[in-house]
Every structure is written in structure tokens, then in C-alpha cells.
Design a protein around this ligand. Structure first.
Ligand SMILES: Nc1ncnc2c1ncn2[C@@H]1O[C@H](COP(=O)(O)OP(=O)(O)OP(=O)(O)O)[C@@H](O)[C@H]1O
Ligand SMILES: [Mg+2]
Length: 405
């Protein structure tokens, strides 16, 4: 009998013997059943992260079940186990969960409370857990969590009204950053207030909002860094290499790595300690500022993350595979880089209706299948391996010119 601890890698080694059996069902199912492992993986959401998770799940012999609004969504296109629905509608989430063995999500901004109830009713586990989702989807408790573990982040204040906006200005000085507490992505919901005129303008149009805001001190960073960490239900842990990420108009344009920082090791240890203390399960993206001598966390994203897309081609095992293993409770093993340098370049839409490209040489091309090509929308990405991070990035900037989107 194959034992649980040996995991998927052992499973792969066992495939041949299972293929000898004359069952009229795919061997992936047989092996998963023999292992008593969950194999129907539910994914809440249908965007590109869900698509890449679903594609990887197929490769691993799992059934990716996707819940999203439209059959044209990127993830809906790549699985026959698609259900139409909204993860924010309690009954729809519940019905979906009751048809899978374990579930995950591609966005942390779903209603954590109703998902928690759906988990309780169906007894189908969701990872990262809804209580973790609730803490990390709101920038205020997220900052408090970082404070509790003594992890540096930029000073912050709550802003609910104009009086608090004024105090933020007085306390933090200019420039400062105003962010929506929830639902921010790709820079939407983040406003950098550079000077007095911008502040006056903001003050005049400022409206109180149910979601609320935080104000952050502006960090004069030298560069932005990012890190993917993954923790499995079996408590094994993987930390991918530190990478540099570059944002244009507050939106990630490229990532290159590996990057170095003198304080990285103790910083990473504190992050790991925090994740272990909250019994985190799944992948987490950690965005950081490097001010030269210091590292500060900008934000945490409790899911697979854009800054980890390079792992698809540059690492021995990618973030999607390890995230799926982590929610199944499989051991994560070790990962290693496949080249001394690597880079990822986002293919951002420009609103041109007909994307056109020739597939560049020596570059890995990933397309998300989005129907609408909107300005700045993430349509796909390129990965490249090279002898140095800079060379990998140079190849990608050259390749990018061959693609019209
Ligand atoms: N306190 C700060 N000081 C300086 N720059 C900042 C600060 N906060 C955010 N920024 C800049 O704005 C960018 C977007 O901010 P943030 O990551 O918080 O928003 P987001 O909408 O979640 O973005 P994304 O989805 O791309 O991660 C950051 O990558 C950084 O370039
Ligand atoms: Mg960010």
C-alpha cells in the first residue's frame, strides 16, 4: 500500500504498476483513491491564477473544479469541471464546496465570514483558512499581525474621515500613501500623495467609504523585492529565492532574480515564524521594500502571486504545484533554481483589440486567454532563464517588442 507521507512523487513512480490494472477509469483517480487523498480540488475564482492552478492540477492527476461567473473566464476555459457561480454568494459557495474534497482561492477578497460558514456546513477544508483570509484581506489587521511578530513595515494610521486624513498628513508628512483597506490590486486603491496641491485636491474630493483606508508613510525605497513562501498542512515549508520586482504605475512589470540582501536571512526567519504561529497553509506572496540597509514588508498576499510566476520555468517545482501539494497535506520537499539567472515580464494590455505575436525564441510564453484586452490588464507573461538575472531580463525586454497587445 502506498502511504500518505510518500506523496505525489512516489505516486508518479508507482504509475506503471497501476497502469497494468485493467480498470476502465483513469489511473490518476485510482492512485488518488488508493492513497485516500483528496483529489477534487475546488478553486474559487476564474482568473489567471485560477487557470494556472487548474492547469497544474490536471498535470498532477487532480480534478480542478472551478467556480466563477463566466464560462469564458481564463480558468473556466481549461477545465470541464467548471460551475457557474459567485463565491461571495453563500449558497453558491456551499454547493460548490460540497462537490469537492479540498478548496482554495485565487483572490483573498471574498467574504471570509460566509466562506467560513460554508466550510463549517460542508466540512470541506479551504486553504488558506477563512480566518487567515479575513486577517490578510484587510490592510489594518494585516499590519497589526506584522507588528505582533516584530516584522518591519511602514508606519500607518487609520483614515475614516477628513479629520483623520488631516492627522495623517500632519503625522506622516508629505509624501504619504493612502490605501483602501480592502480590494486593492494592481495599484487600484493605492494613491501616492506627493505634494501639498495633491493633498488639497484629495481633501476636497475625499469621501468616507465602508471599506475604509489606511495612510502609510512613504518609503524611499531603492528597489522592491518579493518572496514566495509555501507551508503545507503537514508543516513542511519552502521558501523560494528572493527576487527584485519592478512596478510601473503601481503595477508589476517585471521580476528578476535571484536577488540578495544582507538582512534577508533573519527577515525570512521572522516571516516563517509568523506563518508557523498562525498555522498558515498554502502559498503566500510577500512584497517588500529595500531601503538599502533595511527590509520592510509592503504587503502580504495569501495565495499564489504574480511575483512567483518565474517559478513555472526557473525552478524545479513551481508555486502552483507546491500550493496544491500544501493544501493536500503533501510534503513539499526541496526546490532549486534551474539557472543562475531568471526573469519574468508581464504582458500588459494596451487596449488594442487584436493581440498579435510571434513566439520569441528561448523565452517561455504564458497566455491567460482573456477575451477583453484592456489597458494595463495582465494578459500573459514571459519567462526566461540566463546566466545572470540582468541577461534574462534583457532577453525579455527584447522579446516583448515582438508582441503587440
Ligand atoms: N508606503 C509606500 N511607500 C512607497 N511606495 C509605495 C508604498 N506603498 C505602495 N507603494 C508603491 O505602490 C505600489 C502598489 O502598492 P501596493 O502593493 O500596496 O498595492 P496593490 O494594489 O496591492 O498592488 P499589487 O496588486 O500590484 O501588489 C507598490 O508596489 C509600490 O511601488
Ligand atoms: Mg502590491
Amino acid at each position: 500500500m502506498i502511504c500518505h507521507e510518500k506523496g505525489v512523487n512516489t505516486l508518479i513512480a508507482q504509475r506503471k504498476s497501476v497502469e497494468l490494472d485493467h480498470f476502465h477509469v483513469p489511473w490518476e483517480k485510482i492512485t488518488m483513491k488508493m492513497l485516500s487523498l483528496p483529489y477534487r480540488v475546488g478553486i474559487l475564482g476564474g482568473g489567471q491564477l485560477a487557470r494556472m492552478l487548474a492547469l497544474k492540477a490536471h498535470q498532477m492527476g487532480l480534478e480542478p473544479h472551478v467556480l466563477s461567473l463566466s464560462h469564458q473566464d481564463p480558468a473556466a476555459q481549461v477545465t470541464s469541471w467548471w460551475s457557474q457561480g459567485d463565491p461571495n454568494v453563500p449558497l453558491q459557495a456551499e454547493r460548490f464546496l460540497s462537490g469537492v474534497d479540498v478548496a482554495t482561492f485565487e483572490s483573498e477578497f471574498y467574504c471570509a465570514q460566509s466562506l467560513s460558514q460554508a466550510v463549517e456546513k460542508t466540512q470541506v477544508p479551504l486553504f488558506p483558512q477563512p480566518n487567515v483570509m479575513a486577517t490578510l484581506q484587510d490592510r489594518w489587521p494585516q499590519k497589526q499581525l506584522l507588528d505582533r511578530y516584530n516584522i518591519s513595515t511602514s508606519p500607518y494610521l487609520s483614515v475614516q474621515n477628513r479629520t483623520e486624513l488631516n492627522s495623517a498628513h500632519d503625522t506622516l508628512g508629505l509624501p504619504f500613501v493612502l490605501k483602501k483597506r480592502r480590494f486593492g490590486y494592481d495599484g487600484y486603491g493605492t494613491l501616492i500623495i506627493k505634494d501639498k496641491d495633491q493633498f488639497t485636491e484629495l481633501y476636497q474630493v475625499f469621501k468616507e467609504d465602508d471599506v475604509g483606508f489606511i495612510a502609510e508613510a512613504f518609503v524611499p525605497f531603492e528597489r522592491e523585492l518579493a518572496l514566495m513562501m509555501i507551508r503545507s498542512r503537514d508543516k513542511s515549508f519552502v521558501s523560494y529565492p528572493l527576487v527584485e520586482s519592478y512596478q510601473q504605475n503601481s503595477r508589476c512589470l517585471w521580476v528578476k532574480g535571484p536577488a540578495q540582501h544582507p538582512n534577508f536571512v533573519p527577515f525570512k526567519e521572522k516571516l516563517q515564524e509568523m506563518l508557523e504561529s498562525i498555522n498558515y497553509v498554502g502559498a503566500i506572496g510577500i512584497e517588500m521594500f529595500d531601503t538599502g540597509d533595511r527590509l520592510l514588508v509592503n504587503e502580504l498576499a495569501p495565495r499564489v502571486h504574480n511575483s512567483g510566476h518565474y517559478t513555472m520555468d526557473a525552478m524545479s517545482e513551481d508555486q502552483f504545484s507546491l500550493h496544491l501539494k500544501s493544501i493536500l497535506g503533501l510534503p513539499l520537499g526541496d526546490v532549486h533554481s534551474l539557472a543562475p539567472g531568471f526573469a519574468m515580464y508581464n504582458l500588459l494590455g494596451s487596449g488594442q483589440s487584436d493581440p498579435q505575436w510571434t513566439l520569441p525564441e528561448a523565452v517561455y510564453f504564458h497566455w491567460y486567454g482573456k477575451g477583453e484586452n484592456r489597458d494595463g490588464r495582465k494578459m500573459g507573461h514571459l519567462n526566461c532563464l540566463a546566466s545572470t538575472p540582468d541577461l534574462a531580463l534583457k532577453r525579455l525586454t527584447d522579446a516583448r517588442r515582438l508582441i503587440q497587445i
